[in-house]
Design a protein around this ligand. Structure first.
Ligand code: AOF
Ligand code: ZN
Length: 361
């Protein structure tokens, strides 16, 4: 199953909004073929492994398939994998995650069993679920999975008092962020970050894909000469705003940006729940929020955050005016805090990555 998981990751950045899936065919404890879901609309992992065996002339009768996700049983862009497995004559299927897709959801396993195939479930389930946390969320909710990511010093600063932030974390952490830009289908920042840092927000790893870039800009203050606007013909860019005025939107549209008008929330900012619903409708399964602190608070406060990735660098900035990752009004009483669930801690180079979910009540 761990080999199947490794193969599944080969689809990262290419299968969205489908899951990453890997499959391994085994006879007598030996791997005879592997496969993975390579790109959206392409062969499913099971079929890819069966075809790989066929191409090598290896018979699959009586073998075991390890697959990271419950095989599908519906006709989508691809025919049902359950039928392909039954027709192939394999005798045992070992499954990682269950597929929460309402079209599958347990039916895939049942069909295999009814056809006389032995099925085992839940092998490396946590790892398989973690790999597809985006898919698992999106297929059920139809709104994107939202990650809030920030990098801060050990004293909780995301920039110095002079406003400079390059760099806080080390190279390994920054590379990890680019892997996430490849994994996520969109990346979101506030207009303050565009004005202060003039970021590109592209994915700079080999063969990586650029996420859709989204700027939350309630009053259309994004500079027309910013790197984002200047590159909007090459990298899809959305400016989400509360401004209705076509004349104000035109120069952004001419530069290649899409201007999306979204109703304001109570604070006069872009209404984030409405924005992510709209993104979900057009197949965006995930959003990584990369700052700044005002947007982070709005996201947290409006209840859209599913996960936090806090990169903590072993450095101290000090400075009363140096900003922290989450701004806005904040809570008044410690008892009113937002609580983190499912904490996970790892070191990345010299930094610490603290991951967790939010326990919205
Ligand atoms: C599998 N193996 O490799 C994948 C599965 O439109 P389609 O045909 O590509 O179907 C997409 C759905 O199939 C997706 O929502 C998920 O439930 C399942 N994905 N299933 O057996 C795979 N990628
Ligand atoms: Zn399938």
């Amino acid at each position: 199953m761990s080999v199947a998981l490794r193969h599944a990751t080969l689809g990262m950045g290419k299968v969205s909004p489908n899951p990453m899936v890997g499959a391994v065919l085994v006879r007598d404890g030996r791997i005879i073929a592997t496969g993975h879901h390579d790109h959206f609309g392409g062969w499913h992992a099971e079929r890819s492994a069966l075809e790989a065996a066929k191409a090598q002339g290896v018979p699959v009768q009586g073998t075991t398939m390890y697959v990271t996700l419950e095989p599908c049983c519906h006709q989508g862009k691809q025919p049902p994998c359950t039928q392909a497995l039954i027709d192939s004559g394999i005798s045992r299927v070992v499954v990682g995650s269950s597929d929460p897709n309402p079209l599958v959801a347990g039916k895939g396993i049942r069909l295999l069993r009814e056809a006389g195939i032995t099925v085992e479930q839940g092998v490396l389930r946590d790892e398989c679920n973690a790999l597809n946390e985006i898919f698992m969320h999106y297929i059920v909710n139809r709104t994107p999975f939202v990650l809030l990511k920030y990098a801060m010093t050990m004293d909780g600063r995301i920039a110095t008092a002079a406003g400079r932030s390059r760099w806080i974390t080390g190279e390994e952490s920054r590379r990890r962020v680019h892997e996430d830009r490849n994994r996520y289908s969109s990346i979101m920042v506030g207009v303050g970050t565009v004005i202060a840092d003039d970021p590109m927000l592209t994915c700079r790893i080999e063969n990586g894909h650029n996420p859709l870039r989204i700027v939350c800009d309630s009053r259309l203050r994004t500079p027309l000469d910013s790197a984002l606007v200047q590159s909007a013909h090459d990298v899809p860019t959305v400016i989400a705003t509360c401004v209705h005025d076509d004349d104000q939107a035109r120069p952004y549209r001419d530069a290649g940006c899409e201007v999306l008008t979204i109703a304001a929330d109570d604070d006069g900012h872009v209404g984030l729940p409405a924005l992510i619903r709209k993104l979900g409708e057009r197949g965006i399964d995930s959003v990584m929020i990369e700052g700044g602190s005002a947007l982070a608070w709005s996201a947290l406060h409006s209840g859209i955050v599913d996960k936090i990735n806090a990169y903590i660098a072993p450095k101290l900035f000090g400075g009363a005016a140096a900003p922290s990752p989450i701004g806005g009004e904040g809570v008044q009483d410690p008892a009113d805090c937002y609580r983190i669930t499912d904490r996970r801690i790892q070191t990345i180079g010299d930094d610490i990555l603290l991951e967790g979910g939010i326990a919205y009540v």
